[in-house]
Ligand binder design. Structure first.
Ligand code: C2E
Ligand code: CA
Ligand code: CA
Length: 547
């Protein structure tokens, strides 16, 4: 589980060297991830850049062809479709002026040369071409021809005028392909202008680079949708990895620092004890909050008539944490609610048989005011009691008077509702808080608990005795019972009997103990009670049952 995982982590990284290993591992992980991320950024960026260059090259080739196609169209429109002097002069003018157009020729029906702008065409052998291979453009009057078949950058763009006549523009696109690659890429990249998907019309091949030298290539391809042309770049894949990688140093240094920082933070985190909150949450999950029980007994007969349930946090290593170390904190952060439910359910389940066997046996629970005043408490209590299957009248809810109730009226009505439902309510720590005794009658409880601070000094200090007497009288008047807490000595007990207190609780009879021990104390008490009864000649004679 997550919990044990957490524990293992702390145990695992206890020694110095294991912590160093953790630090190294985190640093290594961070630097590796940073490297990977940076590599993929560089790669993607380079791919994007090359793709753009590729497309731009194609556009330039297309633009040159557009120019030639326009030129042929305008020649036709001007009526210059013959080989007369005027037409030839215009053709020569165009060939001279227009960059990539090297010549314009007029061909007959069988593609024989009728005339050409430049004599030079014929001399260079760029006339009477082989027209067997032609590639159609989107415009159905336009055809492309590989007229030189030697990858010279020369290509022919033909325009069919009529059945008798064809215009042919001889283009040189070679220069277009030069100089597009940035310096760093140039020697590792090849560029081809491909016609009809098969014929290389023009190529730029870097010097001194042998195909065999390169482990892997990446190909970029931009295809024209108007003309049977495409531009293909073939790149050494290494270039895509290394080009534009200037920030590598920075990334390495930065990720090293980041990795060390994160590793250090992990170590700090491991060194910290887990927060009390986390530990309590885990404790709840593992049911480490356990009900201990302390008997309540009649001060006269010392007969155990019930118990108070007191929470203990029994940790995995056996340490028992007392309630003052976690109850106030749990109240602040709300964990008191699930904790109280857990304690109540567990205690009732453990005492169910006893409660059924003895219908007068009472079990008291402590509930913090904030919980009592929430709407959930009453519902939860009713549900738990019903699910466990015990009687409500055997359950006492102790409410501390120590802190002032934020809302006196709400407290009063919460108590009233609990009593209507059949539960009993005890005022804990009565007279200790700031309220004095003024609230006792307003809150309307069944039981007044007389605090240990008065019990400690009863019979020693006159004012303590007076307070105990007052509390007892107040209880009588309001029809309440009294329970004196923290009785440690026989003297105290004797004084409390004299003060007419009803019930007692204290180390004199038993400390709070787990259920097994409690049932043992209870059984002993019942036996003593039975054996004492025949001689029943007075209270206080039966044997003390101490744990
Ligand atoms: P409390 O409700 O006034 O409980 C009585 C306290 O007095 C208990 O302390 C009990 O162990 C102690 N005590 C009883 N007899 C003697 C005695 O003869 N001598 C001495 N020295 N002490 C005695 P504990 O169990 O440590 O509980 C302390 C307080 O924590 C309780 O005071 C109660 O306010 C709170 N508490 C305990 N369990 C719970 C719980 O489940 N829920 C809530 N909300 N509060 C709890
Ligand atoms: Ca109590
Ligand atoms: Ca108390």
């Amino acid at each position: 589980s997550k919990v044990s995982g957490m524990f293992d982590m702390r145990k695992l990284f206890k020694s110095t060297w294991s912590r160093l290993v953790l630090l190294a591992a985190i640093t290594l992980a961070v630097t590796s991830v940073a490297r990977l991320v940076y590599s993929s950024m560089v790669w993607n960026n380079n791919v994007r850049q090359i793709t753009e260059l590729n497309l731009r090259t194609l556009h330039r080739a297309e633009a040159a062809v557009d120019y030639a196609v326009d030129t042929l169209a305008s020649l036709q429109l001007s009526g210059l479709v013959s080989c007369d002097a005027k037409a030839l002069e215009e053709i020569r003018r165009i060939s001279f002026l227009r960059g990539s157009i090297k010549d314009i020729q007029v061909l007959d029906a069988s593609h024989g040369l009728l005339c050409a702008g430049g004599q030079i065409s014929r001399q260079l052998g760029v006339a009477n071409f082989d027209f067997s291979e032609m590639y159609a453009a989107r415009d159905e009057n336009i055809f492309f021809h590989d007229i030189t078949r030697n990858n010279s950058g020369i290509l022919g763009v033909a325009r069919h005028i009529d059945a008798e006549t064809t215009f042919l523009a001889v283009l040189n696109l070679d220069s277009l392909l030069f100089g597009i690659f940035p310096e760093a890429v140039r020697n590792h990249a090849r560029a081809d202008l491909v016609m009809g998907g098969e014929v290389e019309v023009a190529s730029q091949i870097p010097d001194g680079v042998n195909d065999q030298d390169v482990a892997s290539f990446k190909e970029f391809r931009a295809v024209s949708d108007r003309y049977p042309l495409e531009v293909v770049f073939t790149l050494d894949a290494d270039i895509l990895r290394t080009w534009n990688r200037d920030a590598q140093r920075f990334v390495d240094d930065f990720s090293l620092v980041l990795g060390l920082l994160l590793g250090w933070m992990a170590l700090v985190k491991l060194a910290q004890p887990r927060s009390l909150y986390r530990r309590m949450k885990d404790a709840l999950r593992r049911r480490e909050f356990v009900p201990f029980m302390q008997p309540t007994f009649s001060v006269e007969g010392r007969r155990i008539i019930g118990c108070e349930v007191l929470a203990r946090w029994v940790q995995a290593d056996g340490t028992i944490v007392p309630p003052h170390k976690f109850i106030p904190f749990a109240e602040d952060n709300g964990l008191i609610v699930p904790m109280t439910r857990m304690i109540i359910r567990a205690a009732l389940e453990q005492l169910r048989e006893q409660m059924k066997a003895d219908k007068d046996f009472k079990v008291a629970f402590n509930v913090v005011p904030s919980d009592l005043l929430s709407d959930r408490f009453e519902k939860d209590l009713v549900q738990i009691v019903q699910e466990v299957g015990v009687a409500r009248r055997q359950i006492v809810i102790e409410i501390t008077e120590r802190q002032e109730f934020a809302d006196q009226e709400k407290a009063r009505s919460a108590i009233a509702r609990l009593r209507e439902l059949g539960f009993r309510v005890a005022l804990d720590d009565t007279g200790v808080g700031h309220n004095g005794l003024s609230n006792v009658h307003l809150l309307g409880a069944d039981i007044i608990k007389i605090d240990k601070i008065f019990v400690d000094r009863v019979g020693v200090d006159a004012s303590a005795t007076t307070i105990v007497q007052m509390l007892v009288r107040l209880a009588r008047e309001l029809g309440m019972r009294t329970v004196a807490e923290g009785i440690e000595t026989e003297e105290q007990l004797a004084h409390l009997v004299r003060c007419d207190v009803d019930e007692g609780q204290g180390y004199l009879i038993s400390r709070p103990v787990p259920v097994g021990e409690f049932l043992g104390v209870l059984a002993q008490n019942r036996n003593a009670d039975r054996s004492a009864r025949p001689e029943a000649d007075g209270a206080g004679e039966s044997e003390t049952v101490a744990a």
